[in-house]
Design a protein around this ligand. Structure first.
Ligand code: CAA
Length: 282
C-alpha cells in the first residue's frame, strides 16, 4: 500500500480544492470522476489555484509544477485501490454515496474512507461499508485552499485510530481539525445555513434587497461575504439539502426551508455554478 497517495472521489469544487491542498502538502493524488470532462475542468482549476499561489510567492514555480505532476486524474475507481486515505466528495445523493462506500470498502480493505458530506449521516454511510470502524467524516469548507477548518465527524462505529489519523492528515494539509459528533449539520452548517435560510425569508418578505441584506451582514457583523452571496457560493441546492436534513433530523419547524429557496432550486438557479442564484453572475 502506498502511504503517499490520497484518493479523491469527485472532481467538483470540493474535490478540486481537497486535491489541491493534498498536492501542495506533497501528496500524490488520484482524482476520480465518472467522465473525462469534469476531470479536465478540475485539472485546469487546480492549475489556476496553484498559479495563484505561485504569483503570490507562497509557492515556487518548481513546487507548483511538481504539485501538478503528482495529480493523476482517473475514471477508474480501481486506480484508488492502494491509497492510504480515500476522501469522498461526490454529489450529496445518499444512494450514490452509499454505493461508493460499499464499492470502495471492497476495493480497498485497508484504506480509511472519509466523506466530505455536508449533510448525510456518517453512521449510515459506515453501516453500508464492509469495515465501518475505518469510516469517518472529513468536512472541508469552500474555498478549500483558503479556509482553515476541517470538521472531523465520528460515526457511531468509527475507531479512535481512524479519528487520530484523519486529525493528523488535516494538520498535514495545513488545516485545524475540530471533532464533532454525527449530528445533523454538524457544527458549522447547523449555524451557518439557518442564517442563510433566514436571509432568504427576509428577501422573500421584501424587507430588504439582496444587496442590502448582504451588505448588512458584511458591515454589521464583519462577515467576509453576505449570506445570500455565500449561498450562491455554496450552491442553493446544497443549502436546501442541509435545511431538509436539519428539519428531518431534529423535527423542529424552526428549520423549515424558505419557499423562495425551494423555488430558486426548482428553477435551476443554483448560484454561481449555474450563473444565477440570489444574485446574477456574468
Ligand atoms: N487556491 C489558492 N489560493 C486561493 C484560491 C485557490 N483556489 N482561491 C482564492 N485564493 C486566495 C487568493 O489568492 C487570496 O489570497 P491573498 O489573501 O494572499 O491575496 C485569498 O485566497 C482571498 O481570495 P480573493 O482575494 O479572491 O477573494 P476575497 O478576499 O474576496 O475572499 C472568500 C473570497 C475567500 C470566498 C471570502 O469571501 C470568504 O471567506 N467567504 C466566506 C466563505 C465561507 O464562509 N465558506 C464556507 C461555506 S460553508 C461550506 O463550505 C460547507 C458546506 O458544507 C456547505
Amino acid at each position: 500500500m502506498s502511504k503517499q497517495a490520497i484518493g479523491v472521489v469527485g472532481a467538483g469544487t470540493m474535490g478540486q480544492g481537497i486535491a489541491q491542498v493534498a498536492l501542495t502538502a506533497g501528496r500524490e493524488v488520484r482524482l476520480y470522476d465518472v467522465a473525462e470532462a469534469p476531470l479536465a475542468r478540475a485539472q485546469a482549476e487546480i492549475e489556476k489555484g496553484l498559479t495563484k499561489l505561485v504569483d503570490k510567492g507562497k509557492l515556487t514555480a518548481e513546487a507548483g509544477d511538481a504539485a501538478l505532476a503528482r495529480l493523476a486524474p482517473t475514471t477508474s475507481l480501481e486506480a484508488l485501490a492502494d491509497c492510504e486515505v480515500i476522501l469522498e466528495a461526490a454529489p450529496e445523493r445518499p444512494d450514490l454515496k452509499e454505493s461508493l462506500f460499499r464499492d470502495l470498502s471492497r476495493l480497498s480493505p485497508e484504506a480509511i474512507l472519509a466523506s466530505n458530506t455536508s449533510s448525510l449521516s456518517l453512521t449510515r454511510l459506515a453501516a453500508v461499508s464492509e469495515r465501518p470502524e475505518r469510516v469517518v467524516g472529513m468536512h472541508f469548507f469552500n474555498p478549500v485552499p483558503v479556509l482553515g477548518l476541517v470538521e472531523v465527524i465520528r460515526a457511531e462505529q468509527t475507531a479512535d485510530a481512524t479519528v487520530a489519523k484523519i486529525e493528523a492528515l488535516a494538520e498535514e494539509l495545513g488545516k485545524t481539525a475540530v471533532a464533532i459528533a454525527d449530528s445533523p449539520g454538524f457544527a458549522v452548517n447547523r449555524l451557518l445555513v439557518p442564517m442563510i435560510n433566514e436571509a432568504a425569508f427576509l428577501l422573500q418578505e421584501g424587507a430588504a434587497s439582496a444587496e442590502d441584506i448582504d451588505r448588512a451582514m458584511q458591515l454589521g457583523a464583519a462577515h467576509p461575504m453576505g449570506p445570500l452571496a455565500l449561498a450562491d457560493l455554496i450552491g442553493l441546492d446544497v443549502c436546501l439539502a442541509i435545511m431538509e436534513v436539519l428539519q428531518d433530523g431534529f423535527g423542529d419547524p424552526k428549520y423549515r426551508p424558505c419557499p423562495l429557496l425551494k423555488r430558486l432550486v426548482a428553477a435551476g438557479h443554483l448560484g454561481r455554478k449555474s450563473g444565477r442564484g440570489f444574485h446574477v453572475y456574468a
